[in-house]
Design a protein around this ligand. Sequence first.
Ligand code: 4NP
Length: 165
Amino acid sequence: MRPSGAQEMDDHTPRVLFVCLGNICRSPTAHGVFRAKARAAGLEVITDCAGTGNWHIGSAPDRRAQRSAAARGYDLSDLRARQFIPADYERFDLILAMDRTNLRDLEAQRPQGNNIPVRLFRSRIKTDATDIPDPYFNDNFDEVLAMIELCADALVKDLHRKGQP
Ligand code: 4NP
């Protein structure tokens, strides 16, 4: 069954949006890793990423995020930051937030009547932790990338099994 608000979308191609704060570290990494893993698995998906904040609109992913991703074979260089807009609720089947603050900020922008799932990306894997921690100030880009790879693997597996988010 399609979530309401998504009726205009192709019935067979899942559309997944990744959201963090700045859209230069975690969500572009999730976008780049997920699209590569989906492609490798032969899974057709439409995916994008956005930030709840507006500081980095138009910027390429942080150089440290690009470097960590490239070392594991993911190219993020085509991605450019944009800010999340409420209309994104009508354009995706599933929105995945990197942390609880993102989740709260997203829910605050949910249009009335829209009920698509907005979930924590890290809830895809078995862990007591809820958040993909922000690497921007901690510089733990490799650790964050490894977490994102596990979550993206789980998402690809779920989509394969269920067909839809
Ligand atoms: P992101 O990381 O949310 O994973 O893209 C951040 C990037 C920039 C800032 C904060 C978080 N910032 O404050 O500029």
